[in-house]
Design a protein around this ligand. Structure first.
Ligand code: FAD
Length: 288
């Protein structure tokens, strides 16, 4: 990362990436690592995005994605925070029968990896700082955007402008940049939210991811680093989510324990709980 941007009024670059989330930061590092001058802009300060209260999710990274992240130099920075997914078990409610995917059926490599988003964000932050040809402007709000045959220009709230041959809209699902480019989306909401929480447990998860289909939606138990910590994604009807989120820790833990079952031993909550509305959204085109 160049620290020398200072307060230059006009910046020129090859690519402007709007949004420094997991998508934008990964792309920006990959572009710069391949010699493409990149400026990434986000309204959030990078350090804020790695606090435990910012994003309590964990991500499943498919094996092919792991190979790609290795290619841009990210994997070595996060590898010791990942847990290999060796098996996936999918079941219908409390049924003792389950669909079984075992990495050993297809080779030696795991099916994928689990990593907490805050660890991924920390790794990306470290990578952006050591990547030449990548500048980050954050926190910064974009007040105007123009597009032309030669590229795009954004104006920041402090009056600076950034001009690029290509502008990437990585500013999330409510992307202002996409809307400004006139790209429509189609989709719908599922009337369900994902409640996300992290648990510690006394019995090892052994690298097994579980997906249970309960009446209110899928309930996932995802293995995190070390054997005794898991990430939960509890899909629940929107109308009930508020009351579950309002429970005190003991009552919330009781609801979770009932859904997890006893196979992980004693279970305790780690950190805050989060909720995310679920929906499908597909852009009409990926470029304009
Ligand atoms: C419960 C749950 C579980 C999931 N599990 C997985 C998983 O296992 N594996 C997986 O691959 N994916 C998973 N996902 C999906 C994944 O989390 C998202 O696809 C991903 O976080 C999206 O990242 P993003 O960078 O595109 O967007 P965001 O994280 O929304 O980042 C957008 C960035 O743009 C910035 N921004 C927005 N507007 C502006 C603006 N006007 N100006 C400047 N900056 C702006 C924001 O500050 C933010 O930093 C899951 C999602 C949920 C809800």
């Amino acid at each position: 990362m160049r620290e020398s941007l200072g307060m230059a009024k006009k910046l020129e670059t090859d690519v402007i990436v709007v949004g420094a989330g997991l998508t934008g930061a990964t792309l920006a590092c990959g572009l710069a690592a391949n010699g493409i001058q990149t400026v990434m802009v986000d309204r959030t300060a990078p350090e804020d995005s790695i606090s435990p209260s910012f994003d309590g999710r964990a991500s499943a990274i498919a094996y092919s994605s792991k190979v790609a992240l290795d290619g841009i130099g990210l994997w070595p920075l996060v590898a010791d925070k990942t847990e290999a997914i060796r098996e996936i078990r999918v079941s219908d409610g409390p049924s003792l029968l389950f669909l079984h995917y075992d990495h050993a059926d297809i080779g030696d490599d795991p099916l994928g990896y689990m990593i907490e988003n805050r660890d991924m964000r920390s790794g990306l932050l470290a990578l952006t700082k050591q990547t030449a040809g990548l500048d980050i402007i954050a926190p910064a709000d974009i007040t105007a955007m123009t597009r032309g045959n030669e590229g795009a220009e954004i104006t920041l709230s402090d009056g600076r402008t950034v001009t690029g041959k290509l502008l990437v809209a990585a500013d999330g699902r409510a992307s202002m940049t996409r809307q400004a480019a006139g790209i429509d989306v189609t989709g719908w909401t599922y009337n369900q939210h994902a409640i996300v929480a992290t648990i510690d447990h006394t019995v090892s998860h052994q690298g097994i991811a579980h997906e249970r289909f309960l009446p209110s939606g899928p309930f996932a138990i995802l293995p995190l680093k070390g054997g005794h910590r898991s990430s939960l994604v509890w899909t629940e009807r929107k109308s009930l989510v508020g009351s579950f989120m309002a429970l005190d820790d003991d009552a919330f833990l009781a609801e979770i324990s009932e859904r997890v079952g006893g196979f992980l031993g004693d279970v305790s909550l780690v950190g805050p709980r989060f909720q995310h509305p679920l929906g499908l959204q597909v852009a009409a085109t990926l470029h304009r």
